[in-house]
Design a protein around this ligand. Sequence first.
Ligand SMILES: *Cc1c(COP(=O)(O)O)cnc(C)c1O
Length: 381
Amino acid sequence: MIKKLEKPLLVTEPSLPRYEDYIDTIKKIWSTKWLTNQGVFHNDLECKIKNFLKVDYLTLFCNGHSALDCAIKQLRFTKEKWPKIGGEIITTPFTFVSTTHAISMNGFTPIFCDIKADDYTIDEDKIEGLITDKTVAIVCTHVYGFPCNVERISQLAKKHDLKVIYDAAHAFGVEVNGVPIGNFGDMSMFSFHATKVYNTIEGGALAYSNVALQNKLNLMRNFGILDTEEIASFGINAKMNEFQAAMGIENLKYVTKNIQNRKNAAQIYYKELSRIPGIKLVDLKQNIKYNYSYMPILIDEKCFGISRDQLYDKLTQYNIYPRKYFYPLISNTPIYKHPNTQNNIADYVAKSILCLPLFADIQKEDVEYVCKIINDISRNT
Ligand SMILES: *Cc1c(COP(=O)(O)O)cnc(C)c1O
């Protein structure tokens, strides 16, 4: 048996700026004593991320989930004074549970649509069959940073008068045909959680092109408070603080380089794993600029010899800790299970997928080691 790693190799590791740079930046907070509520770092970062993502408008939030929550809350506000409750939202079951909770906890019913076997995003051919007179929106995920079929989804939304909100939590920096990913649909949510391609410790944002949303979102993230004497709308507390924003400013300096490092590591995985029988990798397309946020591999048990779960267990014996993202499938969890929905491809993918370690500072030798172990397991089963 090949020797196991001395230190555990986890699926991800957060990117940090230089310690001295972060300390230098936050030092200023001790003189201004401005900790939160649209401080200077916050406003600076909002502008910088908007430019980086090349979107028309961007609103920062304390985390990605709150951003998505506010995006979906916008669907409840019409001309009436009180928020409307109810309606159906077509969504993917193959995502992080945040997407689904944001829908259901705002009073909408998630209607699960199956995904595609080639890139795990929502199957646009199956959306139309799920549209009813109660459908109000499509909320779907650019899972692992692989873009949904944004063109077809726009056409469907236009035809049936539906809103489209993208969960772009994984898609920071992704482009489709030269168009940055935050420019599709009515709104796109980005997450800047510690484990994401770009982080502000915890954080998130909404990108959109309708200027009318800007005031509404600014109000909603701060209790609906317009000024000291006016409460102009409903709202929650979803503000990003100055320590998060300072981390964001420092981390933004490295994000391009970090994505390049991820790409280099992913290329080793692709080279070493694509020949192994029973391991399927997503075909990367020329017209898409990827961010290499995750390294998913699909295990075809019959052909590979052992199951995804068995491979996972074997890898942990070598101190390699991949993750079964996204398992369990949301539509199979007790709270979201529904007897009438079946998502065969999503079901199969959730049982067969494994995300291998991939992060900006991963060592080439570690990637090669993981590949060697998987090759070794494949030859001996
Ligand atoms: C991380 C993530 C979220 C939630 O973002 P937070 O910043 O952790 O609140 C939502 N959707 C997906 C797909 C995610 O991966």
